[in-house]
Write a protein that binds this ligand. Sequence first.
Ligand code: HEM
Length: 216
Amino acid sequence: MSPRITTALLLFLLFNMAWFVLYSAQLGWQGLTDTRPQDLSRVFLTDTPIANTLLALHMITGALLALGAPLQALPILRHRWPVLHRRHGYYIFALACGTGLAGLLYILMNGTVGGWWMSLWFALYGLAMLWSAANTIYYALDKDMSRHFAWATRLVILAVGSWIYRMHYALWFALTDGAASNPAFTGLFDRVQVIAFFVPYLLLAEILLRRGSRGH
Ligand code: HEM
């Protein structure tokens, strides 16, 4: 893909994600500072201060990650300012580890609102994020740029996955008024959704990456 098209797509993505980045950072901050976080959102529970703090922290690191990962992928940063790209890369790695680990610990302590099925897929999402972040850094240090690029692509998809999850819900509710979805997140749509917000995008990236590497 040409650098111009990549830049346009990434900027368009960032523009559309701005509301979610603000929402996540704000809810995380309130979750940390409010004396009764359980009044803010159903994800904060009564008498689980450690899990609540971890989840609030993951919202803040997650917001910075969702903003920082697409910025890190901008061609101008990669080609013109490699030192900045390198330094920023370590921040992205730390943010991905913080977000993934805090999310996983919350699941271990509290589970999720949608029960074991949602917990399983959210945990796989968190593990995929940790694995992609580790491989992105590893191949950068190893100077294997094609593998670094492939893992960075997967990491960017996972970094924006949380926003994709909400966009799928927004579109589905606009089109069907919430068919096959319920507040306990156990409807058919909810059950498919915990897979659909990241797995198909990773598969699509895999196809494009393979096609790209055959073209070289
Ligand atoms: C860019 C990354 C991420 C951002 C911005 C983000 C943001 C958020 C936000 C804002 C919420 C509150 C949901 C609400 O208001 O209803 C939330 C919930 C949650 N997130 Fe994340 N998140 C990210 C990545 C992750 C990852 C990688 C995991 C997995 C380990 C994870 C696990 C969870 C869990 C378990 C909940 C509570 C789910 C529930 O019981 O409903 N998040 N996240």
